[in-house]
Design a protein around this ligand. Structure first.
Ligand code: NCD
Length: 305
């Protein structure tokens, strides 16, 4: 079944059928990767990777996904080296790039930039992060990781911790998990970095139970502990960042006797002590690996139309 959308800018676009279809295609892509043989189903196709904000995992896993499928990649990165810096509109950049490439992934610092891009793109467009807005492909790989690690998504208790205001992955993942049944959310953040109203109003509308707290202890009994980085680049006041940066740090001893799965979109900058890495709970590096099959799935599905 084809996806119900041509461009992916927000996880709010996905139906439950879309989410399940991406999960099963990602599992099929994991099998392709496990064979370790070249696959050329995207032969002759070009992905344009436009990254106007720093990225390592997202960009490299998009590129790896296209290359693993036998396609090719063209890239533009660094705002100051782009025509956007000269004053070109996002719409003009995308109109042009969509005449070069078959599919586009873009990261841009401005919230709403992805919708602007999708409104003019002649080829499937994927939001790879629009400022503090959304990051839908991260949410899909998070969902795939949760399904793989826990064997189910329904009925889980999910705690999200850290910068819930500017952390776009938290917004996208909440909307996506909202498609599943009997979830419970706990949002742990300093009061300055609370989960935005756009997310809580979504939860209220869908009658999904959630609680908000400032103390870390509330997270340890969850099935999923989703840690996030305090988003330094979004702070107007550097001293405010310094004050909040190490507000929650997860250590191995806090997980003793707990069967929580620990996720983090990465990069971590102190929120998870390396002593957690050796625990079976630590799923964040497996999560990063899952970015490749998930993006392979999405690229193929969007190009199938
Ligand atoms: C996240 C992002 O860019 O929003 N990183 C990622 O894509 N893996 C999280 C972050 O930067 O903190």
């Amino acid at each position: 079944m084809p996806l119900s959308f041509r461009h992916l800018t927000s996880t709010k676009q996905l139906s439950r059928a879309d989410a399940d279809a991406v999960l099963s295609r990602a599992a099929a892509m994991d099998k392709v990767l496990a064979k370790g043989k070249p696959d050329d189903r995207m032969h002759g196709k070009i992905l344009a990777a436009l990254f106007y904000e720093p990225s390592t995992r997202t960009r490299l896993s998009f590129e790896t996904a296209m290359l693993r499928l036998g396609g090719q990649v063209i890239t533009a990165d660094g705002f100051q080296f782009s025509s956007l810096y000269k004053g070109e509109t996002i719409e003009d950049t995308i109109t042009m790039v969509s005449q070069y490439a078959d599919i586009i992934a873009m990261r841009h610092p401005e919230q709403g930039s992805a919708d602007k891009a999708a409104s003019v793109s002649l080829v499937p467009f994927i939001n790879a992060g629009d400022g503090p807005g959304q990051h839908p492909t991260q949410a899909l790989l998070d969902l795939y990781t949760i399904a793989k690690e826990r064997g189910k998504v329904d009925g889980l208790r999910v705690a999200m911790v850290g910068d819930l205001k500017f952390g776009r992955t938290v917004h996208s993942l909440t909307f996506l998990l909202g498609l599943y049944k009997d979830l419970h959310f706990t949002y742990v953040s300093p009061k300055e970095l609370k989960i935005p109203e756009k997310v809580t109003s979504f939860l209220k509308e869908k009658d999904i139970p959630f609680e908000e707290m400032t103390t870390f202890d509330g997270a340890f009994d969850a099935d999923i502990i989703y840690m996030t980085r305090i988003q330094k680049e979004r702070f107007a006041d550097a001293s405010e960042y310094e004050r909040l940066k190490h507000v929650y740090v997860l250590h191995a001893d806090q997980l003793k006797g707990k069967n929580a799965t620990v996720l983090h979109p990465l990069p971590r900058v102190g929120e998870i002590d390396p002593d957690v890495d050796a625990l079976p709970n630590a799923a964040y590096f497996r999560q990063a690996k899952n970015g490749v099959p998930t993006r392979m799935a999405l690229i193929e599905m969007l190009l199938e139309g």
